[in-house]
Design a protein around this ligand. Structure first.
Ligand SMILES: Cc1cc2nc3c(=O)[nH]c(=O)nc-3n(C[C@H](O)[C@H](O)[C@H](O)COP(=O)(O)OP(=O)(O)OC[C@H]3O[C@@H](n4cnc5c(N)ncnc54)[C@H](O)[C@@H]3O)c2cc1C
Length: 337
């Protein structure tokens, strides 16, 4: 079996091979989507290559809230299929494919009013537990647990006593997002895929019928150009989708609107709590996620029209009679299709 190394020598060998041999599948984009596609293709025995113009996971896949969740909030849209599928995947990651990278994480769902809110929240979380059980075909995280105000304060001492009457504890999972991507790529390489980072697709050559026959990549380390011939080229480029479709000479069916997500990162000792918090906001939800040394609080979701590769903090100032609000740092860009 080939080695799973992602070192400079393997990279050079892969690039040289790709200049000579045609592959069945060329995946453009080494975020979590492309890495998963490459692994899927390689394990089916297809001759596979994956390239990324930056490092593996350098796009949105290293800037997420680092949660593997079924999307409790999608239950509000009655999207049961989506939630069940995500919980199925969560179960596989937790128990089989990446238990070293994905950790079960308890969250508190704070309740502001007694009885009615507790009852309907219990139904929602109960459905989430049930879909998790059905999806994974076994229990992979504990079921919901109901807490009084006193117990909530024991678990989360800094929760404001006057803001809640109790809580429900439920489970989701935390992931090291960038390591998960690298591990997927390494595993694909182990199954024979060629993986080349810092190799940007700049052209998509086509035959007389207009069919894409491969890609021209620029090796950002050497400046050289290599043409890779491929039976199929799969774009997994997230917010860069419209640009890649443009290289293929098509406006394409997908329109992706970039948006900016902001997380606040707070030292762990500033908030006393032994679980995460799941809060509903006016427009969406907000997670307070515990990490070993920090709390990660987010995320926002606002449009982003600047450089996709380097989302940066924007200081927005507007004139009011008294204040100058500041915006905090963006952590990524979200693709909406
Ligand atoms: C703030 C925020 C929080 C989120 N939190 C979560 C969460 O907690 N849990 C969750 O499951 N999801 C979360 N998401 C969503 C998740 O992060 C994304 O759905 C996922 O990372 C998208 O991965 P991708 O591989 O499709 O895109 P990307 O990770 O962006 O990968 C695309 C890759 O394509 C490469 N590329 C682009 N153009 C070219 C080219 N011409 N040639 C070669 N390479 C190219 C880029 O360099 C990039 O590496 C969050 C998203 C945001 C924005």
């Amino acid at each position: 079996m080939p080695s799973a190394r992602l070192d400079p020598a393997t990279r050079s060998r892969s690039l040289a091979n790709l200049g000579r041999e045609e592959v069945d599948i060329l995946v453009v984009g080494g975020g979590v989507t492309g890495a998963g596609i490459a692994l899927d293709a390689a394990t089916r025995g297809l001759r596979t290559a994956i390239v990324d113009g930056q490092d593996w996971g350098a796009g949105t896949s290293s800037r997420s809230s680092r949660l593997v969740h079924g999307g409790l909030r999608y239950l509000y849209n009655l999207d049961f299929r989506l939630v069940a599928e995500s919980l199925h995947e969560r179960g596989i990651l937790l128990t089989t494919t990446a238990p070293h990278l994905v950790t079960a994480q308890p969250f508190l769902w704070p309740l502001r009013t007694p009885v009615i809110e507790r009852a309907y929240s219990a139904v929602g979380v109960g459905m989430y537990d049930a879909l998790g059980l059905i999806g994974a075909r076994r229990r992979t995280v504990p079921f919901q647990h109901h807490y009084s105000l006193t117990r909530t304060k024991e678990v989360f001492p800094d929760a404001r006593e006057d803001a809640l009457v109790g809580s429900i504890r439920f489970f989701d999972a935390r992931v090291d997002d960038a390591r998960l991507v690298t591990t997927l790529i390494r595993t694909a390489v182990r199954y024979g895929a060629h993986a080349v980072s810092h190799a940007e697709v700049t052209e998509l050559p086509r035959d007389a019928t207009g069919r894409v026959t491969g890609a021209v990549v620029v090796d950002h380390l050497s400046g050289e150009q290599v043409e890779i011939r491929a039976g199929h080229v799969i774009g997994a480029v997230g917010v860069w989708t419209e640009h890649l479709q443009g290289l293929a000479g098509s406006e394409g069916p997908l329109h992706v609107l970039a948006s900016k997500g902001i997380h606040l990162v707070v030292p762990r000792d500033r908030i006393r709590g032994n679980a995460g918090m799941f809060l509903r906001t006016e427009k969406s939800v907000l997670f307070i996620i515990p990490w070993p040394d920090h709390w990660v609080i987010g995320t926002t979701d606002t449009p982003w029209s600047e450089d996709l590769t380097h989302p940066v903090a924007s200081a927005r100032t507007w004139t009011t009679s008294s204040s100058t609000p500041t915006r905090c740092s963006p952590r990524g860009s979200r693709a909406r299709t």
